[in-house]
Design a protein around this ligand. Structure first.
Ligand code: GLU
Length: 305
């Protein structure tokens, strides 16, 4: 497996030239576009990796499935479903999903920003700092890594340039879909996006989702299986922004990408995979990362279709 991953990573390395690192958050523009890493945890609990698999980067949108898991644990499926819909928006992650000058919960999806911002309000905690600490705690538990924390520079950069997210949050507020103070909610959202992870962390989190809520090897339950199933279904239909349909054809497993260059893939019953390569396509997905996942999926016959 090691040789296979090394060969595939080498084959995909030239694709790092075909994307651009995100620059709408100035701090993200400092990433090295040439980096490429992969980490896989397989069902026998074995770890396999190649390239820059231990490089630390910010989780960005890959935090959205974790916000969803926590919101589900705190409120249950029905109550979350009433506030945030599940249909793919088919639009970019920061799109304003208003149709006929009306905004309602069916226009939201947990994997795009408006839905994720509402998700922060659904997480229990007496302050937004407390809510954030619960998000961080769950990520540490899912990843089995108590050292995970936030990358302060990215957090500050995102907070100081977050006009689009502020616009989305105020729009939600104007439609009565967000009751708390916008700055408090967004502070929690920006901090959550700035949590620093490695491919190994993403592989561990992906494995728990693939294993219906239980950790590798010990099978210790972290989240109820029905919530893992809910999250995986939404990842399959909307995890890769408005590129989710093509990704389903090319790779064929639930996955979530982030503008930091990460991809977390969930191979149901089989594997958790973490990928890092920060040069992105126009939709915000890692170019070399998808190429690598496509080859890994083909070689190991991972597509669920
Ligand atoms: N923090 C980013 C934002 O809201 C997350 C975007 C992403 O990774 O898709 O702009």
């Amino acid at each position: 497996m090691k040789e296979l991953l090394e060969r595939l990573a080498e084959e995909c390395f030239p694709y790092t030239n075909q994307g651009e690192v995100a620059n709408y958050i100035p701090e993200l523009a400092k990433a090295n576009p040439d980096a490429l890493g992969i980490y896989i945890i397989s069902e026998d609990g074995k770890h396999h990796f190649a390239g820059e698999s231990m490089h630390s980067f910010t989780i960005q949108s890959i935090v959205k499935p974790i916000l969803l898991l926590l919101a589900l644990s705190d409120n249950g499926i029905d109550s979350v479903g009433e506030r945030v819909g599940v249909e793919a928006t088919g639009k970019p992650f920061d799109a304003i999903n208003v149709s006929d000058l009306r905004l309602d919960s069916h226009h939201l999806n947990p994997m795009v920003n408006m839905g994720a911002i509402v998700m922060c309000t659904l997480i229990k905690g007496s302050t937004y700092q407390e809510k954030f600490e619960r998000i961080l705690e769950l990520i540490r538990e899912l990843a089995g890594n108590p050292e995970i924390g936030i990358e302060e520079a990215v957090y500050r950069s995102e907070k100081s340039c977050g006009s689009k997210n502020r616009a989305l949050a105020y729009l939600l507020k104007s439609y009565g879909m967000l009751n708390d103070d916008v700055e408090d909610v967004l502070d929690c959202y920006f901090k959550a996006c700035s949590i620093a992870v490695t491919c190994k962390d993403l592989a561990n989190i992906g494995f728990v989702l693939a294993n219906r809520g239980c950790k590798p090897m010990t099978n210790e339950r972290i989240v109820p299986s029905e919530y893992a199933r809910y999250v995986n279904a939404i990842l399959m239909t909307c995890g890769m922004y408005d590129g989710s349909g093509e990704f389903a054809l090319r790779v064929g497993v639930p996955a979530k990408s982030g503008v930091g260059g990460g991809i977390m893939a969930v191979v149901p019953g089989k594997m958790g995979i973490g990928i890092y390569s920060p040069a992105l396509d126009k939709k915000g997905n890692s170019v070399a990362g998808i190429q690598l996942l496509e080859r890994v999926s083909r070689e190991l016959q991972l597509s669920i279709f």
